[in-house]
Design a protein around this ligand. Structure first.
Ligand code: ADP
Length: 590
């Protein structure tokens, strides 16, 4: 149903009441006025009729009706009224204006009947005889308590009515004027009352639309002022509450988005309420489009779907290890717990996904490392122990044998030394790395490369391998020369080890916008692609027997990686089995 405006609801009844009151009071005033006038006339008429009647009465008593009629005509003219003399039976015996003989019986006239009851009869009506509005006053003429006749005086009320009508017209104009004024004043008053209410209505609409800085003007009236105050205070509180909630939400979002763990919250129907960046990254979903959709629509991994449903149903925290089939696979530890609303009812669940892939890889590396160190140390020690025992058992007395065994023992001790030295330099590098204490200077690269080539000279000479250096004399980089020399030496050593005799090894140093690169390129046996990702791990060797035969420890490349890391750079490898390998050290310019 269409609602009416408060202004009209107030204004129209006011206006109607005001006009009604005006009309009624003016009607009552004119009515009273008319009767006041009529009363005046009536009293006047009565006294004149009575006086005239009294003078005519002797003629009535003598039944001299001609005289009666003449007197009526005379006195009527003198008094300026119409005089009629009526006998108790209603017969008219004298009339100032008419011939009594022609006049009908007046017994039924109301004023006559009233006079016959002993009172003064009064009537205002239209006279058929005269054809106009007349006032009639009938006065009983008594003698010894006996009504002898009734004298009736009558007067035209046209003049009175005309005067009254003039007055009525004036009153009507007055009423119309007053009504117009009342309409204006009522409108102003109604507006004054409804205006603050409309302002509050507008303010409430604005508040609902979120414009909480708007304020309602405080009106004069006490009740409305309180209401406006209450509205303003409510808006103020709402604003503060919303600010607090927004701040908390922003904080929460900042925390969630900076978390290393993935977080997904769902409602009790399993619809995603929020999801942070990491979870979106792990599960390959879009944060914006995921919100509001069910987990089955959003998350492809069935294990996570099942875990979420299980957490939603469970009344205790949940935990499970889940592997995502990606390349490489991602190991996740999922922890979940249900959420409750303000009444303590279950309202959803939140799960936290921790990426355990790196941890697991590190754990594997650590385990492998310990196993490898033990294994690598154990092999030479077992041999040494065996040969020492053989010597003790008597072989020492056979000089030739003893010498051969001691040479083997010396070879193993060298290997032990090599391993221990490599391990020590690795741990030293790690320590320096942690304390960031390595000293670097802007130095020329070429001397470093030349010194590494010189150190590996004997080994290269044994296999008649040529080593070429292609490097600008002026090429500089921010380096620690000793460490860089060791890294290049390790790469050149490997290149010599795994290259055929009489081949060539190239060392190329270049500078581009970002890096200074040092490339060590051989045309040796190369490395299978499957090994490349783990090549720089400690003790990682492609072919154990071969490496051992060549005196390798599996630590050389790990050392190279550490040294480049300490320079803020990285090392990479490209290799084609049977064709050769290319190792590149990247040193950033800045
Ligand atoms: P090692 O001391 O055994 O050389 P590294 O860490 O230096 O240990 O090398 C690890 C493995 O990488 C080696 O066992 C070898 O199989 C492979 N490798 C390293 N450099 C080369 C190369 N230039 N050509 C072919 N294989 C290589």
């Amino acid at each position: 149903m269409a609602k009416k405006r408060l202004l009209w609801q107030l204004y129209l009844p006011y206006l109607i009441i005001t006009i009604l009151a005006l009309v009624l009071s003016s009607w009552y005033a004119s009515y009273s006025f008319r009767w006041f006038y009529y009363d005046e006339i009536a009293q006047n008429l009565e006294s004149r009729s009575w006086l005239a009647g009294r003078q005519i009465l002797p003629a009535v008593n003598q039944k001299n009706f001609d005289e009666v009629d003449q007197l009526c005509k005379l006195l009527g003219q003198t008094a300026g009224i119409r005089l009629t003399m009526i006998l108790p039976d209603g017969r008219v015996v004298g009339d100032s204006d008419q011939q009594p003989a022609k006049m009908e019986n007046h017994a039924d006239r109301p004023e006559f009947r009233r006079a016959m009851n002993g009172q003064t009869g009064r009537s205002v009506r239209f006279s058929d005889t005269l054809g106009k509005n007349m006032m009639y006053i009938a006065v009983p003429l008594k003698e010894q308590e006996q009504t002898i006749a009734v004298v009736r005086g009558s007067l035209s009320v046209i003049a009175v009515d005309k005067a009254l009508n003039d007055i009525y017209a004036k009153i009507a104009w007055g009423v119309i004027g007053a009504a117009i004024c009342a309409a204006g004043v009522t409108l102003v008053v109604s507006r004054k009352i409804t205006r603050p209410i409309e302002q509050m209505k507008d303010a409430a609409k604005r508040f609902a639309a979120g414009q909480l800085d708007h304020r309602v003007p405080v009106p004069d009236s006490e009740e409305l002022a309180e209401l406006a105050g209450a509205l303003n205070e409510t808006a103020d509180r709402l604003k503060r509450t919303i600010e607090t909630i927004t701040n908390q939400k922003n904080q929460l979002e900042a925390i969630l988005s900076s978390m290393a763990e993935g977080v997904i919250a769902v409602d009790s129907d399993g619809r995603v309420m929020s999801i942070n960046k990491k979870a979106a990254l792990l599960l390959e979903i879009d944060v914006v489009s995921a919100t509001g959709h069910s987990i089955e629509e959003v998350i492809r991994n069935v294990d996570i779907q099942r875990f979420m449903r299980y957490t939603l149903m469970s009344s205790a925290p949940t935990e499970e290890d889940i592997t995502l089939s990606a390349e490489p696979p991602v190991s996740l530890r999922a922890r979940g717990t249900y959420l409750t609303d303000h009444q303590g009812n279950k309202s959803g669940a939140v799960i936290v996904l921790s990426d355990m892939t790196r941890m697991q890889r590190l754990e594997n590396i650590r385990r492998d490392f310990v196993a490898n160190v033990s294994h690598e140390l154990r092999t030479p020690i077992t041999s040494i122990k065996g040969f020492v025992e053989t010597l003790l058992d008597g072989a020492i007395n056979e000089p030739e044998q003893a010498q051969r065994f001691l040479k083997i023992i010396a070879g193993h001790t060298d290997r032990l030394m090599a391993i221990i030295e490599d391990l020590l330099s690795l741990s030293r590098l790690e320590e320096d790395g942690q304390t960031r204490m390595i000293a670097r200077e802007h130095l020329k690269i070429r001397p470093v490369l030349e010194s590494a080539v010189e150190l590996s000279g004997p080994k290269a000479g044994d296999k008649k391998i040529k080593i070429e250096i292609d490097c600008d004399d002026d090429l500089e980089a921010l380096i620690n020369p000793t460490l860089l020399e060791q890294a290049v030496l390790n790469l050149v050593d490997n290149a010599i080890k795994y290259s055929p005799a009489e081949s060539t090894i190239q060392i190329i140093a270049r500078k581009d916008d970002k890096d200074v690169t040092i490339v060590v390129k051989d045309s040796g046996c190369g490395i299978e692609k499957s090994h490349l990702s783990r090549l720089f791990e400690r003790f990682y060797v492609v072919d154990k027997a071969r490496t051992r035969k060549l005196g390798g420890t599996g630590l050389g490349l790990a050392i190279v990686k550490h040294i480049t890391n300490l320079h803020g750079g990285k090392v990479s490898v490209e290799s084609t089995p049977g064709q050769g390998s290319t190792f590149t050290i990247h040193l950033p310019i800045k």
